[in-house]
Design a protein around this ligand. Structure first.
Ligand code: UTP
Length: 461
């Protein structure tokens, strides 16, 4: 069968001056032709033209005096016990879902599988996915309701992720509890000409459309409507690369519910002024995030009377969204505009020869989930301890690498052990299974006082 190019598509390619994508058409077999047509038909050529036109626009941050520290609920808030109760009730009532974004390509880590498959357990070598799944399982048992686990993949990670869960019998979770949904993709454009890049003669280069793609994907998969119908009111959002996240933590949920917030975010103190993490701030009177690359250096290093960084509130990407708010946001797409980044994208040239660029050659487009924050009329910001909640796996070496994640997990286990009046020999690795204890409190009920550990140890369950 020789597939031909539908006339409207041919016309769209001509008008947008993208006909070069058909340069190898005669060489393609029927399958490749069908795939290329499908890829091209998913594109919005007008959108691409307008994004290319905006490629040199600087990000629109207001004047410095319109960016202020944001009010927050401190660790020792007097409202904590009330919040804890509210959060636990919501979990018992099945009004909460946990959503992990796992569609990214993890290019900095350089792992050839979805990042969630990376083994991070210091002793057990459990994967990120397993650690998250076991937390969900432990929560489901503790509150007597299966906690819905929404897992966002992308075409780059979907098949392997699903297979990984299948192979491991969903790490004990019920199949009905896991809801996969796959995010959309965006093409890349040549940096100087705006032409679509091909990764092979019959295939466009496409990549996931950013964690902001969560919203569109939740809606288009029908999952958002199903959650609403099931009475889920709050979605706890986290990233696959942080094994320390306290998934659906009742205290955080309770603060969110008590404030009837549309969005809630955790914040952790920045390690130092130059740390590459966005900060939560009040921007033009609304809640928002200033990316580290946009925060003026003078503002980043400013300290208050107590010596603390004035813009201290680092973003660990842990949020709770009110489901009705998410639904509203799907109808207000202007909040989730694409961010444009200059990147190195391997591609083929006009002769079909492979190009491995050494400098940025392409524009890539991503949406960021936190762009919905300014739309919230009611929000809560809750302080969290970095050492207990945030150790992201981003790089192969140095900061936020397997070595730092390993250290953070061992240190946490050691702190809990010390609380239980136990001790461990210098240099041993420790790890607590989520099925053994989800938090220090639970750990204390399980470990005998004065326990002494002399070799690598896994508190398993
Ligand atoms: P990052 O922005 O750190 O990207 O994603 P990444 O894919 O993990 O790594 P690099 O930048 O290529 O090295 C933060 C979180 O958002 C998810 C990632 O899976 C990770 O959990 N994400 C990112 C998506 O789900 N989709 C995307 O399109 C981008």
């Amino acid at each position: 069968v020789t597939l031909d190019i539908p006339q409207p598509l041919r016309e769209a390619l001509r008008v947008s001056e993208q006909q070069h994508v058909l340069a190898f058409w005669d060489r393609l077999n029927a399958t490749s032709r069908a795939e290329l047509i499908a890829q091209l038909q998913s594109l919005d050529f007008e959108q691409l033209r307008s994004l290319f036109a905006k490629r040199n626009q600087a990000s629109a941050l207001p004047a410095n005096d319109r960016i202020e520290p944001i009010e927050f609920i401190p660790l020792d808030s007097p409202q904590n016990s009330h919040a804890q109760k509210l959060g636990e009730e919501a979990l018992r009532a099945g009004q909460v879902a946990a959503l992990v974004v796992a569609g990214g390509q993890g290019s900095r880590l350089g792992f050839e599988h979805p990042k969630g498959m990376y083994p991070v357990g210091p002793v057990s070598r459990k994967s990120l996915f397993q650690i998250h799944a076991e937390k969900i399982l432990a929560l489901s048992r503790r509150y007597g309701k299966p906690l819905a686990f929404l897992l966002m993949t992308s075409p780059a990670t979907h098949a392997e992720t699903v297979q990984f869960f299948d192979t491991h019998k969903n790490f004990g979770l019920a199949a009905e509890q896991i809801h996969y949904f796959s995010q959309g993709t965006m093409p890349a454009l040549d940096l100087t000409t705006g032409k679509l890049l091909l990764e092979e003669p019959g295939r466009l280069f496409l990549s996931p459309d950013g964690h902001g793609g969560t919203l569109t994907a939740l809606a288009s998969s029908g999952l958002l409507a199903r959650l609403q119908a099931q009475g889920v009111r709050s979605v706890f959002y986290f990233q696959v690369d942080n094994p320390m996240v306290n998934i659906a933590e009742p205290l955080f949920l309770g603060h969110h519910l008590a404030a009837r917030a549309e969005v809630s975010s955790k914040v952790v103190a920045k390690a130092h002024a130059g740390e590459k993490v966005g900060v939560l701030a009040k921007i033009n009177g609304r809640c928002g995030i200033v990316e580290y690359s946009d925060l003026p250096a003078s503002m980043a290093s400013e300290v208050d009377a107590t010596g603390r960084l004035r813009m201290w509130a680092g973003n660990p990407a842990i949020h709770i969204f009110d489901v009705a708010f998410l639904d509203k946001m799907t109808r207000e797409p202007e909040y989730l505009a694409f961010h444009i980044a200059k990147k190195k994208v391997p591609c083929i040239d006009a002769n079909g020869a492979k190009v491995e660029p050494t400098t940025e050659n392409a524009l890539k487009f991503e949406r960021f989930i936190f762009d919905v924050l300014p739309a919230a009329d009611r929000y809560t910001i809750v302080e969290a301890l970095r050492s207990e909640e945030f150790a992201p796996l981003k790089n192969a070496e140095g900061a936020d690498s397997p070595a730092t994640v390993d250290r953070a997990l061992t240190d946490q286990a050691l702190r809990w052990l010390t609380l239980a009046k136990g001790s461990a020999k210098e240099g041993v690795k420790l790890e607590v299974s989520p099925l053994f204890a989800l938090d220090a409190q639970e750990f204390l009920t399980k470990v005998a006082p004065n326990t002494t550990i002399t070799e690598n140890h896994y508190f398993g369950g």
